[in-house]
Design a protein around this ligand. Structure first.
Ligand code: FEO
Length: 392
């Protein structure tokens, strides 16, 4: 694609992966992604900020084909989608060194087998003078791994944030003018990658607010030349606020759980509560993750398979548990044929969710009038809880 100018002597040099559809062999990314690397020329030093996924090394090397010298490769984050092409760059530029955080060094050695003598470490707050351009390193652990840091280019007021503020969104330009599109992609990205680190991000946002930032340049998705809205979005997502919403991820085998889910949906809607249903046999797990960002309540629906919960439900519950959303309440509804431990199976899968569990609704066979009354009671209880939170 070639270099793209951001500011004088500051260029995008990454790769756009239009066709990638799954990240971490787990999460759908319907809009592809980008691996953003950046090139900065100072009067004295030339640096490359991060690289690209190993599957796209050829694109990065093509972008660098006219570049005679690189002094430093900044590795903000050791995960391979940003560090994986460092060995190729080091091979081409024999005098180049990798600059990383104290915790980044052993990770780069472990993951990429980079020689110890090609890596230099920087402390939090250290500055690299390039000649007319000054890059400051800011430690931001746990966005997304413990070694992660961001950097700030003082003269151009650019914050390079690697995974933080990223989005899985392919674009041909540096910026995306369709804010709704970036907004959804950034929320999906936050949900899938950053949500487990919500409290860390909260602290980092406070520190980063002190920098006068005109451009945020993440390592996935478009850059932000009007960074206020993405900063505000993140501030909202990491806050403790939840919305008047119930999400119902579920599976139904013979229709009984589906009848309960449908009745609960109507009963909640009648109470003035927004509901999102996710039939887990067909849903995009990314959509479920997005809904988890700010929803108050989750009700999991499952039939009983042999003696336990449906495996697809367990898988989704396991993911929700790992993402650690700020849910306040949870419950379980479902059916069984002759017995089993469906409720216990699901409860054991979600220990990280700091929720108040509401009385489950478990029925034998097809729901009858009493089952529907139990579902309506659950809807009323959820409405009461939402009122107590002042969100209904
Ligand atoms: Fe985009 Fe944590 O790597």
């Amino acid at each position: 694609m070639g270099l793209k100018k951001i500011k004088d002597n500051v260029f995008w040099a990454g790769a756009v992966d239009w066709n990638r559809r799954l990240f971490d062999s787990l999460i759908p990314i319907p809009d592809g992604t980008t691996y953003n690397a950046y090139l900065i020329y100072g009067k004295d030093k030339t640096i490359l900020l991060d690289t690209v996924d190993p599957s796209m090394t050829h694109m990065l090397m093509d972008n660098l084909k006219e570049i005679k010298n690189i002094d430093f490769i900044i590795s903000h984050h050791a995960e391979q989608d940003h560090s994986g092409s460092i060995p190729a760059v080091l091979e081409k530029y024999g005098n180049a060194k990798v600059v990383t955080s104290l915790k980044g060094k052993p990770m780069l050695i472990d993951h990429l087998h980079i020689s110890d003598n090609r890596i230099v470490t920087v402390e939090d707050g250290a500055k690299l003078e390039l000649g007319g351009k000054t890059l400051e390193f800011i430690y931001t652990p746990w966005v997304h791994w413990p070694e992660t840091m961001v950097s700030y280019l003082h003269e151009d007021k650019i914050l390079f944030t690697c995974d933080l503020f990223g989005s899985h969104l392919s674009t041909s330009g540096l910026y995306c003018k369709e804010e709704w599109k970036v907004s959804e992609a950034a929320k999906r990205y936050y949900a899938e990658v950053m949500m487990p680190f919500r409290t860390n991000i909260k602290k980092h946002l406070e520190r980063l607010a002190k920098y006068n930032t005109e451009i945020i340049a993440p390592s996935h998705g478009p850059l932000y030349n009007n960074p206020e809205w993405i900063l505000k979005s993140h501030a909202k997502w990491v806050s403790d606020d939840v919305s008047n919403k119930v999400i119902i991820p579920y599976v139904s085998m013979h229709g009984s759980t589906q009848l309960l889910v449908d009745h609960l949906t109507d009963a909640l809607a009648a109470q003035g509560i927004q509901v999102e249903k996710f039939d887990l046999t067909v849903t995009d797990l990314g959509k479920l993750a997005i809904a988890l960002v700010d929803t108050a309540t989750m009700v999991i629906g499952s039939p009983t398979v042999l003696t336990g919960a449906h495996p697809i439900v367990i898988s989704a519950a396991f993911l929700a548990n790992a993402l650690r959303p700020k849910l306040k309440f949870a419950s379980i509804i479902g059916s069984f044929g002759w017995g089993g431990k469906m409720i216990e199976d699901i409860q054991k899968t979600i220990p990280n969710l700091k929720v108040q569990m509401l009385e489950p609704v478990l029925i034998k066979g097809k729901p009858d009038a009493q089952a529907y009354i139990a579902v309506e009671r659950l809807a009323q209880e959820i409405a009461t809880k939402h009122r107590e939170l002042n969100i209904l």
